[in-house]
Design a protein around this ligand. Structure first.
Ligand SMILES: Cc1cc2nc3c(=O)[nH]c(=O)nc-3n(C[C@H](O)[C@H](O)[C@H](O)COP(=O)(O)OP(=O)(O)OC[C@H]3O[C@@H](n4cnc5c(N)ncnc54)[C@H](O)[C@@H]3O)c2cc1C
Length: 347
């Protein structure tokens, strides 16, 4: 049943309203629910829905354990890998994730539609009211603080609003929040091919040259993903594919996404941002989902501390400091990588 038609006249009341059902939103909702808060989550796209961003750092496994999904990652994993072949500015070597007494750490290539649905189901099982499909329309702002949102399923009045709307940046646009840009516009193109590419079955490859970089990875047996970021203004057309994939069958035309580095003010009175809605970096490091889960979890824990009697100003300040700290560290690391490719703006 479509909640837009069912409940449009209803006003819900909850501790926390989460906007967006990706890894950041579900991780925030689960963390709030585990801490005894009532939560409504609205997601505008009908689940399961496709998403790019399949390569996950091994650290995601421990995070999922903490969210109550121990042992479930295998259900949504298409391939495993222990690091990547990195061919950067002429220096080619294998970069492993690391290892311990049990052996090498291994990352995951997940099917994002299934991965995101697994997290959403966990939230639902903990009592989170999931409105799907249901878009958030406008924030409700009273005496200078967020107090919920109007949605396609009616008003949701909340003590705290967590925006995890990803690249849509719903709250930033609605409230005109300040944003810091730390790179020029960076457009990535990406696509999928089917066939056989034995060299990539065990390890992804990232190749960086003076024009940009190309990533090729096996996402599940017989299916490969490529991503291309150009530093020059050269526009790739929708039929372009990396030369190494000639002979494999493309799954439709490629797609594009703008991924310039930016940080939006991460928190304010009655609201917090998590995941890509707060901070965006291009996918060189493949850490987008990890950071979305981490920031969602931290937003949830901070929400619980504040709503259970803690000091809101202190909680929001600590969250802002954490988000700004990791963004600054990651930007410095990415700049040094792009400097090696000769990008003038990274010098
Ligand atoms: C080409 C490419 C390759 C990438 N590769 C990797 C990779 O290998 N590894 C990795 O970790 N990351 C990768 N990423 C990044 C990764 O996809 C993101 O960092 C991650 O999905 C962010 O999660 P999120 O929950 O913040 O946002 P999303 O996953 O984008 O979820 C946001 C959700 O909010 C919903 N929404 C938006 N507006 C509204 C609204 N008004 N009301 C209700 N719902 C709304 C959307 O429908 C969406 O479901 C890649 C990204 C790109 C573009």
């Amino acid at each position: 049943m479509d909640p837009r038609r069912l409940d449009a006249g209803l006003t819900r009341r909850t501790d926390v309203l989460v906007v967006g059902g990706g890894p950041a939103g579900t991780s925030a909702a689960i963390s709030c629910a585990l801490n005894g808060l009532t939560v409504v989550l609205c997601e505008r796209e009908l689940f399961p829905r496709e998403r790019v961003g399949e390569a996950l750092h091994p650290g995601v496994e421990g995070l999922l354990d903490q969210l109550g999904l121990a042992g479930r990652l295998g259900e949504v994993t298409g391939a495993r890998f222990d690091g990547a072949e990195v061919d950067w500015a002429g220096d080619r070597r294998f970069v492993p994730f690391g290892s311990d007494a049990a052996g090498p750490w291994r990352g995951f290539q997940v099917r994002r539609a299934a991965f995101d649905a697994l997290l959403l189901e966990r939230a639902r099982a903990l009592g989170v009211e999931v409105l799907n499909p249901c878009g958030a329309l406008d924030p409700i702002v009273e005496t200078g603080r967020a107090a919920g949102a109007t949605t396609e399923a009616g008003d949701v009045r909340a003590r705290l609003l967590i925006d995890a709307s990803g690249p849509a940046r719903w709250l930033e646009r609605k409230l005109g929040l300040a944003r810091r840009e730390r790179s020029p516009q960076l457009v990535v193109r990406y696509g999928y091919v089917r066939g056989r590419l034995p060299d990539r079955d065990l390890r992804p490859l990232i190749h960086g040259d003076t024009d940009g970089w190309t990533w090729i990875a096996c996402v599940e047996p017989g299916r490969y993903q490529w991503v291309r970021l150009d530093l020059s203004e050269t526009a790739r057309n929708r039929d372009w594919r990396p030369a190494g994939l000639a002979g494999l069958a493309p799954e439709g035309p490629s797609r594009g996404a703008e991924m310039g580095w930016r940080l939006t003010t991460p928190a304010g009175p009655g609201w917090m941002l998590a995941g890509d809605a707060a901070a965006m970096l291009d996918p060189t490091s493949s850490h987008g989902v990890l950071k979305a889960l981490l920031s969602g979890r931290l937003a949830g824990a901070t929400a619980a501390a504040m709503l259970n009697g803690g000091d809101e100003a202190q909680g929001l300040a600590a969250y802002r400091q954490w988000m700004e700290g990791w963004f600054t560290t990651d930007v410095a690391a990415l700049r040094s990588l792009y400097r090696r490719l000769g990008a003038p703006w990274a010098i």
